[in-house]
Design a protein around this ligand. Structure first.
Ligand SMILES: Nc1nc2c(c(=O)[nH]1)N[C@H]1C(S)=C(S)[C@@H](COP(=O)(O)OP(=O)(O)OC[C@H]3O[C@@H](n4cnc5c(N)ncnc54)[C@H](O)[C@@H]3O)O[C@H]1N2
Ligand code: MOO
Length: 459
């Protein structure tokens, strides 16, 4: 140092994320969370688990769903009616027995014969078409003394005039419209052949997938293991029952986060209340066997905001330390060690929802919790203008009404009244959005149905 020059100022201490200078832009924060999930997936043993169909709802296919059989597995009737042999025009001689679904059809039809058949029954050998009940009529050949000339000579080959008259009492089937070969027969393999890929790995298992899997011969499915998540609720001011009193408030996040994370495809191993005890938090975080630890509160700069401190102490790597999003900007994401992460949600309840959607949801999706959500679902056009933050993204609860997206009131960081009635959270870019604009929409992982009440939480 040259004498006489002023001493350089000491290097500034690393500033904390709540200072906002190193907050991550919202889209980048989501991308980092997804990358963290993908890395954790690669690091951990995530062998598929086989579960009975009845337990597979909401899971994600770990392997492609391949048909274990052709579908249909036999040539079957698509309609109730008659299976006929021979091209027609009829009439056909109707046999006495019927062919019902689920009964092996012993009958084989000779040309000119027909048999009553039920929808879903296997068509008899020799059948060339099915005629629907409402597209034909039957009559019996009368005894000779009452027979008209026409009846007496009418024959039953289904193809060409026969030489011998049908005996009296024989039931004849007369089509009421043209019969086309193959009509109303569902041929074996029409939907798929054995071994065809019906759905790719990574597909979400909904009720229709369960039905398809059963039809294709499955008793159980190979699904991705659910990421294990532990929720740690911080704060000495929280009550678990009764009315708020004397500065104490009800814990709104404990009851909300477990079910929400479950809806995102996680296995919530525990929701624990830790208070504002740094040592207890450190023990809980470092001792957790979960792949994702979610904390609530304690992310900001208050005297009992311990999350940054215990992450330092645990040697964790901060991947996201503050996000340019409102509410929720103090949210954070840290790597605890290979395959294990922590998402720190701010304590304000809607800020916690914002952190859940911004960091936890993409991380869990990449970890294989649920089918990847679409990269950017565009909502309907906005009905009303939405005020923006000058520099940050805003997440605002919205409902769909008459083809438009309606922003909801009560969207402050400490409020759940808006989101509880919402269909999703609209992503409002810095500077805001005008009516008619289509915004990215973060949907909620459950069906929403709130009656539209003007003045409740609506504009
Ligand atoms: N000096 C600064 N102060 C604050 C900043 C900041 O940048 N600098 N950010 C503000 C923002 S924005 C938010 S969000 C909060 C985040 O705070 P914490 O994550 O540290 O959360 P707490 O201080 O523990 O709680 C905040 C608020 O939320 C209530 N809370 C906490 N947990 C629950 C719960 N489970 N159920 C219901 N309500 C809960 C708590 O009582 C507080 O009212 O910090 C700002 N401050
Ligand atoms: O991000 Mo805080 O959520 O504004 O309250």
């Amino acid at each position: 140092m040259t004498p006489g020059q002023p001493a350089p100022a000491p290097a500034p201490a690393p500033e904390r994320g709540h200072g906002h200078h190193r907050a991550t832009p919202w889209p980048e924060a989501r991308a980092r969370a997804a990358r963290a999930g993908a890395e954790a997936r690669a690091a951990a043993d995530r062998a598929p688990v086989r579960v009975p169909l009845g337990q597979a709802l909401g899971r994600t296919l770990a392997e492609p769903l391949r048909a274990l059989t052709a579908l249909p597995s036999f040539d079957g009737s698509a309609m109730d009616g008659w299976a006929v042999a021979g091209p027609g025009p009829g009439p056909w001689t109707v046999r006495e027995e019927s062919v019902l679904a689920g009964h092996a059809g012993a009958v084989a039809l000779a040309p000119g014969e027909a048999v009553r058949i039920a929808t879903g029954a296997r068509v008899p050998a020799g059948a060339t078409a099915v005629i629907r009940t409402e597209h034909a009529r039957t009559d019996a050949v009368p005894a000779p003394d009452t027979a008209t000339d026409a009846d007496a000579v009418e024959t039953a080959t289904g193809a060409a005039p026969a030489s011998a008259p049908a005996p009296a009492g024989t039931v004849l089937l007369h089509p009421l419209r043209e019969v086309v070969t193959g009509q109303d027969i569902r041929p074996r393999g029409q939907e798929c052949r054995a071994g065809d890929e019906l759905l790719p790995a990574g597909s979400g298992v909904g009720p229709a997938v369960l039905g398809l899997a059963a039809a294709a011969g499955y008793d159980e499915l190979a699904v991705a293991p659910r990421p294990r998540v532990e929720v740690l609720v911080l704060g000495d001011e929280l009550l678990t029952a009764g009315l708020p009193h004397e500065g104490l408030i009800r814990d709104a996040l404990g009851p909300m986060l477990g079910p929400w994370l479950t809806a995102l495809g996680a296995e919530v191993v525990a929701t624990r209340r830790i208070g504002d005890d740094a040592e207890a938090l450190y023990e809980a975080v470092t001792g957790s066997a979960a792949e994702l630890v979610v904390t609530t509160g304690g992310t900001a700069a208050g005297p009992v905001d311990h999350v940054h401190g215990i992450l330092d102490k645990a040697g964790a790597t901060l991947l996201v330390d503050g996000v340019k999003v409102r509410p929720g900007h103090p949210m954070l994401l840290a790597r605890l060690n290979a395959g294990r992460h922590l998402v720190g949600l701010p304590g304000n309840p809607l800020a916690a929802v914002s952190g859940l959607l911004t960091l936890a949801a993409p991380l869990l999706a990449a970890l294989g919790a649920a089918a990847e959500p679409p990269a950017a679902a565009l909502g309907a056009p906005l009905r009303d203008p939405v005020q923006g933050h000058p520099h940050d993204t805003r997440l605002v609860p919205v409902v769909h009404r008459d083809g438009l997206l309606v922003p909801l009131r009560f969207n402050g960081p400490a409020m759940l009244r808006g989101v509880a009635a919402a269909d999703g959270m609209a992503v409002v870019p810095p500077g805001g959005a005008e009516p008619g604009r289509r915004l990215e929409l973060l949907t909620l992982p459950w069906p929403t149905e709130t009656p539209f009440a003007q003045g409740a939480c609506f504009t």
